[in-house]
Design a protein around this ligand. Structure first.
Ligand SMILES: Nc1nc2c(ncn2[C@@H]2O[C@H](COP(=O)(O)OP(=O)(O)OP(=O)(O)O)[C@@H](O)[C@H]2O)c(=O)[nH]1
Length: 830
């Protein structure tokens, strides 16, 4: 990738001509309207900064140390360039998500506190290079990404070599002062994988639920309400009361039991908050807290998962590791049937064997490592996206980089699209390996244009995706592929701390005669050693044997490396995470707790339907989109449906097509739907699910809907979206009541003697107090009586006694307007 001189100039606050002159002084050839490499840009900038520094030093006539100068510059740049935008975490996320970008960010300097804001500059689209030039450019670009001593020595703080393509026409400079760039690699990885972190989701959930509660409580606002007084009084009592521990996921009836209230009381309290829930519904954390306050019961909400989640505990413990070291990338190969996935895996493995470990016997353990230019790469030996997504669905994402194999003589096929959808859904960057390039009818350009149509544009066409021409038969391009993988790994800065206890992911397992349960694991962090006690999902054990992919016994496994281990109590499940713990006892205890937790969670989830889940999520502000998978009989239908679905959106909800393709609904679609967060709904047009897909969908609680008329499909989706939208609340006035007398009842409050002028007053109605034509209070009826009896309703022309919740200042002559709130299902207009 090259950068326009004009753009470099703009970034430096100079004219292009001045940049050309600086370049000349450095012996770099540059033209005002020309382009330079990021490294050249970096050199120019450093040179310029140093020049500047010298002149400053002269002026001040003081010897200032280099670091000080840097700090000063930072401050100055902050003052001088207020337009600069600070690099945000989202930018980092964006960066890593976008497949291959071309350059590596440099080490940041954590001690520097000042952070200049970064300016976004527009880059004109690079012209599409052709032929030999194209290859040259690519090579040049690649060169820039390699760790160069020269680059490492640079002390400049804003480095154009750190430029990163963010959007097609944009180039952004990384802010090297941004402290978070020093985030541990695992953190970055984790954050990248889950676009929204759990904490973010929590915050949003809390915010959303709070806003629902606030909205619905609006009626009782405006002064010290009875509830408020109640709360204050009860708070005093709380001091003496025992704190009740309530699990985060609790049903209404379980909550009632825990706080020793009747189910009726809890349901009524919820209703008063505007929430219609039945006994089996789950309460959100916010409702638990609000209800507890209402009842004056001190509670402590705890997350049962946190107690059992050994992986989370491990991550917390090892989060601030200071011994991060580069680790090998973990690669999965995916693609259409017969496009050469297995052949490619074999070729890569054999090239390693023949070249390096001649005589070594390849052990098929489910993963293997190769070395290229002194760096290791781990390949997962099970090609295909099923295993990849199954693992993700189990919460473990082991793959760092995916290779999508496309046969050059066959082009993009359904499973190519599927594989891409799976990688994209998992936010795993991918490289396209255009295979069978040796074949006479190979047409790599066709593959490129087919993928470009899907938005997967090759780098040489100005896009972001690396395409590598390979032949699994002749071995052509394999080196290039490995180089590209390493380049991507470098961008991702995959790091781990080998000094920590190990965390590994199981990728395969089996029971072997004489050895017992055997599992292949890939270590994600720490070093796994013989005799380590571990927990692994619901199983546990102690590492007895470690065998590598060449069949050799080993004493330990380092981060990024695969190995087969024995010592499990039971066969582990692929996708489960193994974590080393202090003792066998703790390992067993943790595994048992995990098992209990999973069983409980399974029980509690079993009554929840997908749609209900979605609806609840949207009500709680968690969900803004309805994830769907579209399968249809022809490409034309797929496009038409996708086009129409994309238009179905409003400010609250929208459809998110996570995958679409021609053909029957398969088990893979179900797996993908399951791995989506939240689970996706599968829409079939003129196609049906296979029996395997039907069974799997039933097992996994995935909804499949099939249609033969597009309008029916769209109507149904609109209906679903309507169901997911927050219901509209309409007010309906029930009566107009005149206050004719007031009575002060000691310890009870003011009772208004009223006459119903119009309509019918109901117990439980809301009420507005109108004095001299102005609404002075909005609340609810606390009681409705005829003479001394509580009544359900009082009609026009009758007298009644009314008390208003939280309001005693009622006066003769006040008019009460009673009303009801009617929830109307929102209707999606689109
Ligand atoms: N000429 C040529 N043939 C290849 C190449 N790669 C694979 N093949 C052939 O293509 C066929 C399919 O290759 P596989 O490696 O089995 O393909 P796959 O994608 O693993 O297939 P499945 O495992 O069935 O999904 C085999 O006959 C291979 O010999 C290649 O680069 N060139």
């Amino acid at each position: 990738m090259k950068i326009k001189v004009s753009m470099v100039a703009r970034e430096m606050g100079l004219k292009a001509k001045e940049v050309v002159e600086l370049a000349k002084e450095l012996g770099i050839e540059a033209k005002v309207r020309g382009e330079i490499t990021p490294l050249e840009a970096a050199k120019i900038q450093e040179y310029f900064l140093n020049k500047d520094k010298k002149s400053e030093t002269k002026e001040e006539k003081t010897e200032i140390k280099k670091e000080k100068i840097e700090t000063k510059e930072i401050k100055e740049s902050k003052e001088e360039k207020p337009r600069r935008r600070r690099k945000t975490f989202n930018d980092l996320v964006k960066k890593t998500k976008q497949g291959i970008t071309l350059v590596k960010r440099k080490e940041e300097k954590p001690e520097v506190k000042e952070k200049p804001e970064i300016q976004e500059v527009k880059e004109e689209k690079a012209p599409q290079p052709t032929g030999a030039k194209e290859t040259k450019k690519k090579k040049e670009a690649k060169k820039v990404t390699k760790p160069k001593k020269e680059e490492k020595e640079l002390t400049i703080n804003v480095d154009l070599a750190d430029m990163d393509v963010i959007e097609e026409n944009q180039v952004e400079l990384l802010d090297l002062y941004f402290n978070d760039i020093s985030m541990k690699d695992d953190e970055i990885q984790d954050k990248v994988k889950t676009k929204k972190t759990i904490t973010e989701n929590k915050k949003e959930e809390k915010k959303a639920v709070k806003s629902v509660i606030n909205r619905r409580k609006k009626a009782s606002e405006g002064g010290l309400t009875k509830e408020g007084i109640k709360k204050k009084k009860k708070k005093k009592k709380e001091v003496k009361q025992e704190i009740i521990k309530v699990p985060k996921e609790v049903r209404v009836h379980e909550f009632a039991d825990l706080i020793k209230k009747s189910l009726e009381e809890v349901i009524t309290a919820l209703r008063e908050l505007g929430e219609e829930r039945d006994k089996n519904d789950f309460l959100g954390e916010e409702y638990i807290e609000t209800l507890a306050e209402e009842f004056g019961v001190p509670v402590e909400v705890y997350d049962p998962l946190a107690e059992f989640d050994y992986v989370k505990k491990y991550d917390e413990k090892c989060a601030n590791s200071e011994n991060l070291k580069e680790r090998p990338p973990i690669v999965t190969i995916m693609g259409h049937v017969d496009h050469g996935k297995t052949s490619l895996l074999d070729k890569i493995r054999n090239s390693r064997i023949t070249a390096k470990e001649a005589g070594g016997i390849t052990q098929h353990i489910g993963a293997y490592m190769v070395e290229k230019d002194g760096k290791k790469i781990t390949f997962i030996d099970t090609p295909g996206h099923e295993a990849f997504t199954e693992m993700r669905a189990r919460g473990a994402q082991v793959t760092d980089i995916a290779i999508i194999v496309v046969a050059a003589d066959d082009g993009v096929m359904p499973q190519t699209r599927e594989a891409i959808a799976h990688a994209q859904a998992a936010e795993v960057p991918f490289i396209i390996a255009v295979n069978k390039i040796d074949k006479p009818d190979a047409n790599p350009d066709l593959v490129k244009s087919q993928l470009a149509e899907m938005g997967i544009t090759p780098v040489e066409w100005g896009g972001e995706y690396e395409f590598v021409h390979v032949s699994a038969k002749t071995g052509e391009g394999i080196d290039d592929l490995l180089e590209t993988i390493l380049m991507q790994a470098e961008i991702m800065e995959l790091k781990a701390d080998p000094t920590c206890p190990a965390k590994a992911v199981v990728i395969e397992s089996r029971i072997e005669k004489g050895k017992g349960p055997v599992g292949t694991v890939i270590v994600k962090n720490g070093t796994l050693k013989k005799q380590d006690s571990f927990v692994c999902g619901i199983t546990y054990g102690r590492v007895r044997l470690i065998i590598d992919d060449l069949g050799k016994q080993k004493k330990e496994v380092k981060p990024g490396e695969p190995a087969e281990i024995t010592g499990f109590d039971e066969a582990p499940i692929a996708g489960d995470t193994l974590v080393v713990v202090e003792s066998d006892k703790l390992a067993k205890e943790t595994a048992d707790k995990w098992k209990t937790f999973l069983e409980e969670r399974e029980k509690s989830k079993s009554t929840k339907a997908t749609l209900e889940d979605l609806q609840k999520m949207i009500l709680e502000g968690e969900l803004k989109k309805l994830p769907v998978i579209v399968k249809a009989d022809t490409q034309g239908s797929v496009e038409a449906i996708k086009g129409s679905l994309s238009k179905l959106k409003n400010e609250e909800v929208k459809v998110d097509v996570i995958h679409s393709d021609v053909g029957a609904i398969t088990e893979n679609d179900v797996i993908l739907a399951k791995a989506s967060e939240p689970k996706a709904i599968i829409l079939g047009f003129n196609v049906r699910p296979t029996s395997g897909a039907k069974t799997k969908a039933k097992q996994e609680g995935i909804e499949i809907r099939t249609y033969s008329i597009i309008y029916d499909l769209l109507d149904d989706v609109k209906e679903l979206l309507s169901g997911l939208m927050t219901p509209k609340v309409k007010e309906e006035v029930t009566a107009t009541v005149e206050v004719r007398e007031t009575f002060n009842v000691p310890k009870v409050g003011t009772v208004a003697g009223c006459y119903v002028q119009d309509g019918v007053v109901h117990r439980g109605d809301f009420v507005r107090v109108i004095r001299d034509g102005v609404v002075i209070y909005d609340s609810k009826l606390a009681s409705l009586k005829r003479f001394k009896d509580d009544v359900k309703e009082v009609g026009k022309g009758f007298e009644c006694g009314i008390m208003i919740e939280g309001f005693n200042d009622i006066k003769v002559g006040d008019i009460l307007e009673t009303y009801q709130k009617i929830e109307e299902k929102a209707s999606f207009e689109g």
